[in-house]
Unconditional design. Structure first.
Length: 353
């Protein structure tokens, strides 16, 4: 691993800023987190990705590191050098890539998470207070038994339909269980019980739509692909049926949910894994909003059965009442606001339309 930058020491008498390790910092959520934490001013950010960050993002970090989360000795050196308070573990091999190389996905997504949980627990025990571990999971952990059941079940509670059909979903669900174990049961038969364990917190995200980064071919990317194609004046053949319905949220809401969740007092949390959601349009409803914004948009449907089967296994919507009750989750963007206030204006600006 290589260290790309460092920051000046905290001023004498000033409150110590939290030292935060962000893995997968070069991704979409990582960009948003770094921007928000830098604006807040209360964080020393250690950014880790396969390639060290460059440009303005690098300047917002105390250190930018290039490395692999499967390299346990290198991760240990980070924890030795930096007094980590919070880990935001964003690094993962995503669903489409995971289906092409499931064994690699398991190694990155599960072994990489295990490496970090072990180190966070060791750090918690050594200093006698919890290291917080914030983990983004996914609706990919769910598995609807049929389309009829998907329709009948409606908004899915955290404890239902946990039968994922993708390696990514299997990996995420496995990591949720690992997080619970390391937080609540780690080394329970050890002679010397740990003084403190990791404070593991997990959010199950729906599809996330960003106005500022291009879609990368993910299984839920039919929504952003449709918008970007219309803004570019290109026809778009949607790879799922018009009636396909899954939950979504905007990138700003995703970032805000992570930060709000991390700030919640531990005693208010009643579970370690929470759903979060915002809106659940069908592909046809998204197409209607796209055509309203771009009247010349050409949207057709060319269903990819393999990808369709994956999306059909995900819930139509999620029950996020626990998050709303326990730590005040409430999205800023419903469907209309997402398109009218965030997506369409910013994507128009991107393409000069």
């Amino acid at each position: 691993m290589t260290d790309g930058s460092s920051s000046s020491p905290t001023a004498a008498g000033a409150k110590r800023r939290k030292t935060v390790l962000i893995t997968g910092a070069g991704g979409e959520i990582g960009h948003g987190l770094i921007d928000a934490m830098h604006a807040d001013g209360g964080f020393e950010i250690i950014a880790l990705d396969l390639k060290a960050l460059e440009g303005s993002l690098k300047d917002k970090c105390a250190a930018t590191l290039a490395g692999d989360i499967t390299d346990a000795p290198a991760l240990a050196k980070i924890f030795e050098k930096h007094d980590i308070d919070v880990v935001y573990h964003l690094a993962a091999l995503l669903s489409s890539s995971g289906e092409r190389n499931p064994e690699l996905a398991h190694n990155v997504n599960v072994q990489g998470t295990l490496n970090l949980l072990k180190l966070a627990n060791e750090r918690s025990n050594a200093r006698g207070r919890n290291v917080q571990f914030i983990f983004p999971s996914s609706i990919a952990v769910y598995g609807m038994p049929s389309l009829a059941a998907k329709s009948d079940i409606g908004a899915v509670h955290e404890d239902r339909c946990l039968a994922p059909i993708t390696m990514y979903g299997v990996n995420k669900l496995s990591c949720e269980h690992l997080g619970r174990y390391y937080a609540d049961h780690y080394m329970r038969l050890a002679k010397d019980a740990p003084k403190a364990r990791v404070d593991f917190r997990c959010l199950r995200f729906p599809g996330i739509i960003s106005a500022h980064t291009l879609p990368t071919g993910g299984t839920s990317d039919f929504a952003p692909e449709m918008i970007h194609a219309a803004a570019e004046g290109k026809p778009y053949a949607c790879f799922v049926r018009p009636d396909t319905r899954i939950p979504f949220m905007t990138m700003p809401d995703a970032v805000r949910s992570l930060l709000t969740f991390a700030a919640a007092p531990l005693e208010r949390l009643t579970t370690r894994v929470y759903n979060v959601g915002a809106f659940s349009p069908s592909a046809a409803e998204i197409a209607d909003l796209v055509r309203a914004a771009f009247p010349k948009a050409e949207v057709t449907y060319n269903v990819n059965e393999a990808r369709q089967s994956i999306v059909d296994s995900w819930p139509a919507s999620v029950d996020d009442d626990h998050a709303r009750r326990d730590w005040g989750w409430a999205p800023q963007h419903d469907l209309r606001a997402a398109f009218g206030e965030y997506l369409i204006p910013n994507i128009r600006k991107r393409y000069g339309r």
